[in-house]
Design a protein around this ligand. Structure first.
Ligand code: HEM
Length: 147
């Protein structure tokens, strides 16, 4: 179970890396269209939340420490924050739908929060690997010493 947790945590970190990559793809796409950020939207709304949820379930089954279980569900929470940043930012656009100083100030936080998702995904993978290595080094039939 702990190895499955490591695999899921690794996939989650890869998905976050892909998320940054596809943000770049969207930014360079010309002309900009509704599809420019299609992959970014799919990974952000599907892959990362599903992997975060699965990793959390597996971490619980693998009897990971509570802090690591909490950290595993954090990417999902931060994706919700990503969407709230976009909703709030767009609400601050002007009447024609163009950005304003206020909306850009809020929308820029989407990139900063993305770094937070990356940092958390990295810490989850490190924690999952540590958990797997402690279970490998622990003696299989460890019992209390008989005096
Ligand atoms: C882990 C990091 C990130 C996550 C989880 C994430 C997640 C999301 C989500 C869920 C959406 C909404 C998609 C939709 O409504 O279809 C979105 C949109 C967007 N993201 Fe990210 N994002 C991340 C990082 C970034 C970064 C680093 C940038 C650029 C610096 C970026 C730029 C954008 C833009 C421009 C949109 C709006 C696309 C549009 O207009 O349809 N994102 N992101």
């Amino acid at each position: 179970m702990r190895r499955v947790y490591v695999v899921l945590a690794g996939l989650q970190l890869l998905a976050v890396l892909a998320q940054f990559y596809f943000a770049g793809v969207g930014a360079f796409d010309k002309p900009q269209s509704g599809d420019s950020y299609a992959m970014h939207g799919t990974i952000g709304m599907m892959a990362i939340p599903v992997l975060s949820l699965l990793a959390t379930v597996v971490a619980t089954l693998a009897k990971a420490p509570g802090r690591l279980i909490g950290l595993s569900i954090t990417p999902l929470g931060l994706v919700v924050v990503q969407m709230l940043i976009i909703i709030l930012g767009r609400a601050l656009d002007d009447a024609t739908g163009d950005t304003t100083t206020a909306s850009l100030a809020v929308l820029g936080l989407h990139a900063v929060n993305g770094l937070g998702v990356m940092a958390v995904a990295g810490r989850v993978l490190a924690g999952a690997r540590r958990l797997a290595s402690t279970s490998e080094t622990a003696p299989k039939n460890a019992t209390a010493p008989v005096s």
